[in-house]
Design a binder for this molecule. Structure first.
Ligand code: PGA
Length: 248
């Protein structure tokens, strides 16, 4: 049985007041209708991690962490700090980090190592660019990302991993991968995980991300290997986010 997960990635949005009221609206919505079998996560910017309580209903995720354990890295946040603020999850390898901050698979691999060491579950993002899909290289690209990020971990450790397939051309563009395109890649990712983890790959949740909205979530989440979503834009509005949670 795999966990169903809906995670909201706020990116660099929201101030204190709006952020806290968004979380409280989500909590109220979840109280009205129990969604016991869906894990709901919010990933706000760092300052919010100290002021939002991680509850049973809404778990906290960071959007990033540093690849070193501690020390002279001005402006950075360590994994152990995230844990001490009640963060159960951390997004790593988001395409915006790869694109704008030059993150490589090697750094991401270090981050995953520290997250696993401190008991924070990595939400590992992978996905191809539009030109890579158009030139038929999407499987190759995702395979390389998966293999290099996961290199060196034991299969028991990888049971704490969540994978998010986010085709870069679908992020924030309003263009979603079709349920068939997404399912095809999710099955491929699970096959790659199985090469390392064997049958345990069946226990890893693989989320889809990229313009998930209330009107397309149900069709995506109905696919065999899609276990939920990493939601950007639509997670900034409680009604839309709750509707996406509802669409399982
Ligand atoms: P989007 O973002 O839902 O706005 O496309 C998804 C993400 O980047 O996690």
């Amino acid at each position: 049985m795999r966990e169903k997960i809906v995670a909201g990635n706020w990116k660099m949005n929201m101030n204190r007041e709006d952020g806290l009221s968004l979380v409280s609206e989500i909590q109220k919505g979840l109280q009205r209708e129990t969604k016991a079998d869906v894990k709901v996560i919010v990933a706000p910017p760092y300052p919010f991690l100290g002021v939002i309580d991680s509850s049973n209903q809404v778990k906290l995720s960071a959007q990033n962490c540093h690849q070193e354990e501690s020390g002279a890295y001005t402006g950075e946040v360590a994994t152990s700090m995230l844990k001490s603020f009640g963060c159960d999850y951390c997004i790593v390898g988001h395409s915006e980090r790869r694109q704008y901050f030059g993150e490589t698979d090697r750094y991401i691999n270090h981050k995953i190592e520290l997250l696993l060491k401190y008991g924070v579950k990595p939400i590992y993002c992978c996905g191809e660019l539009l030109e890579e899909r158009e030139s038929g290289k999407h499987f190759e690209v995702v395979e390389t990302q998966i293999q290099s990020a996961l290199q060196g971990f034991k299969k028991e450790e990888l049971l704490n991993l969540v994978v998010a397939y986010e085709p870069v051309w679908a992020i924030g563009t309003g263009k979603t991968a079709s349920p068939e395109q997404a399912q095809e890649m999710h099955a491929f990712i699970r096959e790659k995980l199985a090469q390392v983890m064997g049958e345990d790959a069946e226990r890893v949740s693989i989320l889809y991300g990229g313009s998930v909205k209330p009107n397309n979530a149900n069709e995506l989440f109905s696919q065999k290997d899609i276990d939920g979503g990493l939601i950007g834009g639509a997670s900034l509005n409680a009604t839309d986010f709750l509707a996406i949670i509802d669409s399982f």
